[in-house]
Design a protein around this ligand. Structure first.
Ligand SMILES: NC(=O)c1ccc[n+]([C@@H]2O[C@H](COP(=O)([O-])OP(=O)(O)OC[C@H]3O[C@@H](n4cnc5c(N)ncnc54)[C@H](OP(=O)(O)O)[C@@H]3O)[C@@H](O)[C@H]2O)c1
Length: 335
């Protein structure tokens, strides 16, 4: 009797479950990111200082950890993301009472998505390394909408092996992942990025103030500007707020000012003076003083418009002809 040809053995056992990842910080950005990880089938253990913000995640399958230490214990040698306000919050979650560092297993990896000072990124990495814990900085470009859609840009700093290890997870939340160099290169790149995004928004608000002074139609000028050399992603994304003069927060004014302060501090450490950044920061200082701290940072438009209104109009010296106008080299204007 002929024996039948051997058939390929098919395993019927299911694929092993993906290891759980940790997520600390469920604010405007952290919540949609944790949601995305859950939606892509990754078990997530979450911690947030204010527990109520995790409520929508638990029915979606997330496990709650009562402290960063409990989170570290649950994750073992795995990966934990941080998405926190600033350097102080990151330090507290990592090294404060009930912090993550003491309980973290050797070989665990912390991915800090927060925008903080590059020096703080390097200090955090060094302190964690003493415990055998790895750290990369991976702050993000893009706001809440991009986080929800998994279309963030990630500026990554760290050891290539750590970046390689976490890349499949980063791909769940980011459209573009750029490894910029060692630890601190991610946060450095993010500060360069935000000098532009936050600065352009301040400058856009002054441009619209000038447009108002010229009695131009705001919807029309916003549209035509996007066809010219002054077009920008920020002008486009902030146009609805600029038109409605309503500022529901995606990225708050107080966080924008935080980033400009970080930029000024880091630049001064490197012996650089960024005068336009300083002027932009003053605009955000005023916005916060006028009560716009927790609104979107597009609220600087209100400051720029109010500055315009309080200025005393100067009488024009005469027809703006080359003979009668002020000289272009900045010399004394004719009387
Ligand atoms: N929003 C954006 O469009 C955007 C875009 C790119 C980058 N970023 C950066 O991403 C980070 C998060 O921004 P976000 O807009 O998500 O801010 P957010 O909504 O204010 O959330 C901040 C998170 O940090 C937590 N936190 C603050 N202080 C803490 C402390 N001392 N201890 C423990 N947890 C603390 C908050 O906990 P509670 O819930 O208890 O307050 C919350 O989970 C910031 O570094 C920001 O610059 C934001």
């Amino acid at each position: 009797m002929e024996s039948s040809p051997p058939t390929a053995v098919r395993s019927t056992s299911p694929a092993p479950p993906a290891p759980a990842v940790g997520f600390a910080g469920l604010g405007r950005m952290g919540l949609p990111l944790a949601q995305r990880l859950l939606q892509s089938g990754i078990p997530v253990v979450v911690y947030n200082r204010t527990q109520s913000k995790a409520e929508s995640l638990v029915p979606a399958g997330a496990r709650w950890a009562a402290s960063p230490r409990d989170l570290a214990k649950a994750i073992g040698k795995g990966v934990t993301f941080l998405m926190l306000t600033d350097g102080k919050a990151v330090r507290g979650v990592l090294f404060g009472r009930g912090g993550l560092a003491r309980a973290a297993a050797e070989g665990a990896l912390v991915v800090d998505l927060s925008t903080i000072d590059p020096e703080e990124s390097r200090a955090n990495a060094a302190r964690l390394r003493e415990r055998g814990v790895h750290y990369i900085d991976a702050p993000v470009g893009g706001s809440v909408d991009a986080a929800t859609r998994g279309e963030l840009t990630l500026f990554v700093g760290g050891e290539a092996s750590d970046v390689g290890r976490v890349r499949p997870l980063l791909e769940r939340v980011g459209r573009r992942i750029d490894h910029m160099g060692p630890v601190g290169a991610g946060t450095s790149s993010k500060l360069v990025n935000n000098l532009l995004t936050v600065g352009i928004t301040a400058l856009s608000s002054e441009a619209l103030t000038l447009a108002d002074a010229f009695h131009l139609d705001r919807p029309q000028i916003l549209e035509v500007l996007q066809a010219g050399g002054g077009r920008s992603g920020m002008l486009e994304s902030k146009s609805p707020s600029f038109l409605a003069r309503q500022y529901p927060a995606q990225f708050t004014t107080v966080l924008a000012r935080k980033d400009l302060r970080l930029i000024e501090r880091a630049a001064s450490r490197e012996g650089r003076v960024l005068k336009m950044t300083r002027e932009a920061r003053k605009l955000y200082d005023e916005a916060i003083a006028q009560g716009h701290a927790d609104e979107d940072f597009a609220s600087v438009l209100e400051v720029a418009l109010s500055r315009g209104r309080t200025g005393t109009p100067k009488p024009l010296p005469g027809p703006a002809t080359p003979s009668s106008g002020p000289p272009e080299d900045g010399g004394p204007a004719p009387n």
